[in-house]
Write a new protein. Sequence first.
Length: 107
Amino acid sequence: MIAVLAVQPLLGQDPPAPVQGPEFGGSSPIGLVVTLFMLIALVFLIRSMNKHLRKVPPSFDPVEPEESDVPGDGTDRSGDTETAGSGTGAAADRPPSGSTSKSTPKS
């Protein structure tokens, strides 16, 4: 009971006011400049993001090759029948796939 009577005068006092300057709580012009700069940066970031998102394909599903795109079926679908069997294309310049011939430098 004596402890309660000793603490009671302390509870009735107001806490001391914090030490603050006269301009506490006011905004400064620097805060306005920083806020405007951040808003301008946000606008440019959103524009850049939209440009990049327009480049993204609508679907990432793998594309199935069409029948005419399948390599190795032995037919030439380009419509040029003159050079199809003559062996004058780029395939004639290559050695067969099983060949181990190596070119030797000429001195």
